[in-house]
Design a binder for this molecule. Structure first.
Ligand SMILES: [Zn+2]
Ligand SMILES: [Zn+2]
Length: 130
């Protein structure tokens, strides 16, 4: 396999296997185990290409650096699948939550129309809470 392809596959595998949203440095640490030639600037290049191919999506939480997670099956054609995240305040890991409380239209004042919402749960992941 071509070096570039091997690197890109290692980046994708790291994100797929983690099952959570990773920062570029977390991705580097995981992917370097299989492809030692990777560094942070090549990681960024592969992350851009994988986003263009809709294989991964960028996760932006308020006050946080960008993280990346595997795209869901339905992401290839439409806008990214709507979901939320849990940010562990002890280990700083971010997990996708595949649930949504709904539009929350009832929280908005009379006459207002809710079109979108962003929710981030914060607390301790199972590992840190144990
Ligand atoms: Zn944790
Ligand atoms: Zn939602």
């Amino acid at each position: 396999m071509e070096r570039n392809t091997r690197q890109r596959q290692a980046v994708l595998d790291a994100i797929d296997r983690a099952g959570r949203a990773l920062t570029p440095s977390e991705i580097l640490a995981l992917a370097q185990a299989s492809v030692a030639s990777l560094n942070l600037s090549t990681i960024y290049r592969h992350l851009h290409a994988l986003q263009d191919d809709a294989r991964i999506t960028k996760v932006m939480l308020p006050g946080q650096a960008a993280r990346f997670e595997a795209a869901c099956a339905g992401d290839h054609h439409e806008v990214a699948h709507h979901h939320h995240h849990f940010h562990c305040s002890a280990c700083d890991r971010v997990y996708a939550l595949h649930a949504c409380p709904g539009s929350m239209q009832e929280l908005a004042p009379e006459g207002f129309v809710v079109r979108a919402h962003e929710i981030t749960l914060r607390g301790l992941c199972a590992e840190c809470a144990a």
